[in-house]
Design a binder for this molecule. Structure first.
Ligand code: JB2
Length: 210
């Protein structure tokens, strides 16, 4: 086993990522999961837990992808992979529409039907989930996650590790703080600070994560 992408995480997100990577022409070599029980995830064998990574690197595998939805854990595991000398690939489904003037960081997941418009900047490890729309000039912080069918108008800023649930939407030039969670279907009409929970139409503060 000397070619292909090593996937960290063997849950639901990994299934979607593996199928996106294959659709984009990548070979997927192995899944590494905290539960090393031998099994297959989307037809890819689980070959062990994180302790086998150095062996795989020694065997010549250089490409990896962290396919874990938890934003803080994805961030942490990606750092470890880079320290071990792995390159983080991008998983971009061929049906996604990505502007030629958009900038994408490493390790991003751009799922089927997503749209990213002009001059938007997408940080490392961001998930833009199925059918999400990101209009022009947005700034997406590292390891944030835009849920399926969520939508950002132009100039929206999303902080590192923030999460927008399925169908959440933001009007132009809104800022959502780092580590903030926005519930499904929320409509964000005002800036949200770091590390809060907000939901509703319009979105209102409902809790604090600190
Ligand atoms: O430290 C770890 C570790 N911690 C948990 N290292 C490795 N290699 N794997 C780890 N895991 C594994 O991540 C768990 O054992 C589990 O198999 C997997 C997480 O799977 P789960 O199905 O719970 O979540 P997910 O991250 O695949 O999907 C979530 O996020 C997606 C974006 C769900 O909320 C999905 O519904 C969502 N679409």
């Amino acid at each position: 086993m000397t070619t292909g992408v090593v996937i960290l995480g063997g849950g639901g997100h990994a299934k979607v990522v593996i199928e996106s990577l294959r659709a984009a022409g990548h070979k997927v070599a192995a899944v590494i999961d905290a539960d090393p029980t031998p099994r297959q995830v989307a037809g890819v064998p689980v070959v062990g837990d994180d302790s086998v990574l150095s062996r795989l690197r020694g065997e010549g595998l250089t490409q990896a992808f962290v396919a874990i939805g938890d934003n803080a854990l994805r961030f942490k595991l990606a750092r470890g992979l880079r320290e071990q000398g792995f390159d983080l690939v991008k998983a971009i489904h061929p049906s996604a529409v990505v502007s030629p003037s958009a900038q994408l960081g490493v390790g991003v997941a751009i799922m089927a039907g997503a749209v990213i418009n002009a001059e938007t900047q997408v940080g490392d490890l961001v998930i833009i989930n199925t059918g999400a729309v990101v209009d022009h000039d947005c700034r997406l912080g590292a390891a944030c996650h835009l849920g399926p069918a969520s939508a950002l108008a132009g100039g929206v800023r999303i902080g590192e590790r923030a999460f927008l649930g399925v169908g959440a939407r933001a009007i132009p030039n809104i800022t959502v703080g780092a580590d903030t969670i926005v519930g499904a279907g929320a409509v964000i009409l005002r800036d949200l600070p770091d590390a809060v929970v907000a939901f509703g139409v319009p979105a209102r503060l409902q809790g604090d994560r600190r």
